[in-house]
Design a protein around this ligand. Structure first.
Ligand SMILES: C[C@H](O)[C@@H](O)[C@@H](O)[C@H](O)C(=O)O
Ligand SMILES: [Mg+2]
Length: 423
């Protein structure tokens, strides 16, 4: 890896204009990315990103630049032959670890850099045979020496599961119909379109106003019928007691889970909510802002969640996500990844396919989030067929963006932002 073109760029999409992505806490998100490109002297490039909501992306850029010295000058071989050591190098620098450790902006930057390294690795492998991150993961067992027993066990039936995924894809749910800022009319229209395209699992944003939530959830439940799956997501809006009483009022629409009912750091709070809602048949899901594997370990140990929502850009890339997948397996808690944003679907599909093929070998109570925004900006966008993620075929980690999209959306000098700022 050498210092070639621009290492990291601030790419923002003005999604808040139409309330896409809005929830009870993030009322005006502009889906954005700190977009990393690693240049190598072989001419091969690695593309990676981390997801943000607009303001502050420039801070993530600074953090990526601060980490750059640890990557530049290294060969890919040097990195992947001791990937654990490299991960530790990025997260344990004696001065920079004070900024985290392994949380917040510095950890988002770690994710962006490592996502690009994984992309580069898979592309390098693919020089001979098409190889994406899913394939690199599924066929490089030495990476997982520590969990060899789980992975050896899951060898059984692996080929069948791989074939099954190629044929049927991995089950998905949609969040695109019911962002908090959408009108009832929009909700109805989007839901009826989604039903026509074969969706059977829907997530609804809640948490700002109870009467609105009751009305909106009833409306969706009525449209999707009793056999489809409904989930609700409060994005941390409540305290513990409020979460329990609010969700109890919504129990009549039979949600499978309540997502992020309270502060993402309140492990015992989540445990109390899980316990209180279990008799109603409602689980607790969380993870999109769970900042590292240590937190996930405690959530699992405390029975504080019933659905693990890994995030490809919040945790320290594939490396840390693997640790969480394996812990979730050990605790027999299903993994249902967080996706959406910009690029998250593209990235996380690799992780969840690996989870099914090589770890959990189980689809019960499992599905991956899908959000229908911004895929057109990627060179290898996700492919959804009949509400399933079809396995990626192109080399790499699927998060290379079209050069033109990056140029147009770069903040603040891209055309899109020049126009917005003039308004
Ligand atoms: C601000 C974002 O759109 C969030 O609302 C979104 O990630 C959400 O929590 C989700 O689960 O998809
Ligand atoms: Mg959420």
């Amino acid at each position: 890896v050498y210092r070639g073109g621009r290492l990291v760029r601030d790419v923002r999409f003005p999604t808040s204009l139409e309330q896409h992505g809005s929830d009870a806490m993030h009322t005006d998100p502009d889906y954005s990315a700190a977009y990393v490109v690693l240049d190598t002297d072989s001419g091969l490039k690695g593309f990676g990103l981390t997801f943000t909501l607009g303001k502050g992306t420039e801070i993530v850029l600074c953090a990526v630049k601060a980490l750059a010295g640890l990557v530049i000058g290294k060969s890919l071989q040097e990195i992947v032959s001791n990937f654990r050591g490299f991960y530790r190098l990025l997260t344990s620098d004696g001065q920079m670890r004070w900024l985290g450790p392994e949380k917040g902006v510095i950890h988002l930057a770690t994710a962006a850099v490592l996502n690009a390294v994984w992309d580069l690795w898979a592309r390098a492998e693919g020089k001979h045979d098409t190889s994406c991150v899913t394939k690199t993961l599924c066929h490089t067992p030495s990476v997982f020496i520590l969990f060899l027993d789980i992975l050896v066990k899951a060898q059984e039936g692996k080929k069948q599961r791989e074939d099954q995924m190629l044929k049927e894809g991995y089950p998905a749910y949609t969040t695109s119909c019911a962002w908090l800022g959408y009108s009832d009319q929009q909700l109805k229209q989007l839901c009826s379109d989604a039903l026509k395209s074969g969706w059977t699992r829907f997530k609804v944003k809640v948490g700002a106003d109870l009467e609105d939530d009751i009305r909106r959830c009833r409306l969706i439940r009525k449209m999707i019928g009793p056999s489809s799956t409904l989930m609700i997501d409060a994005n941390q809006r409540w305290d513990v007691a409020e979460a329990i009483s609010w969700v109890s009022r919504l129990a009549e629409v039979k949600p499978l889970w309540i997502e992020e009912p309270t502060s993402p750091d309140d492990i015992l709070g989540h445990a109390a909510i899980s316990k209180a809602l279990a008799p109603l048949g409602i689980g607790v899901a969380t993870g999109e802002q769970c900042h590292n594997r240590v937190m996930f370990k405690q959530f699992l140990q405390a029975s504080a969640l019933q659905f693990v929502q890994i995030d490809s850009c919040r945790l320290g890339s594939v490396n840390e996500n693997l640790a969480v997948l394996l812990m979730a397996y050990k605790f027999q808690v299903p993994v249902c990844p967080h996706a959406g944003g910009v690029g998250l679907c593209e990235l996380v599909q690799h992780l969840i396919l690996f989870d099914y093929i090589c770890v959990s070998a189980d689809l019960r109570n499992r599905m991956c989030e899908y959000v229908d925004h911004l895929h057109e900006h990627f060179t290898s966008p996700v492919v959804i067929q009949d509400a399933h993620y079809m396995p990626p075929k192109d080399p790499g980690y699927s998060c290379e963006m079209l050069e033109e999209s990056v140029n147009r959306h770069e903040y603040p000098e891209g055309d899109i932002w020049k126009q917005e700022i003039k308004k």
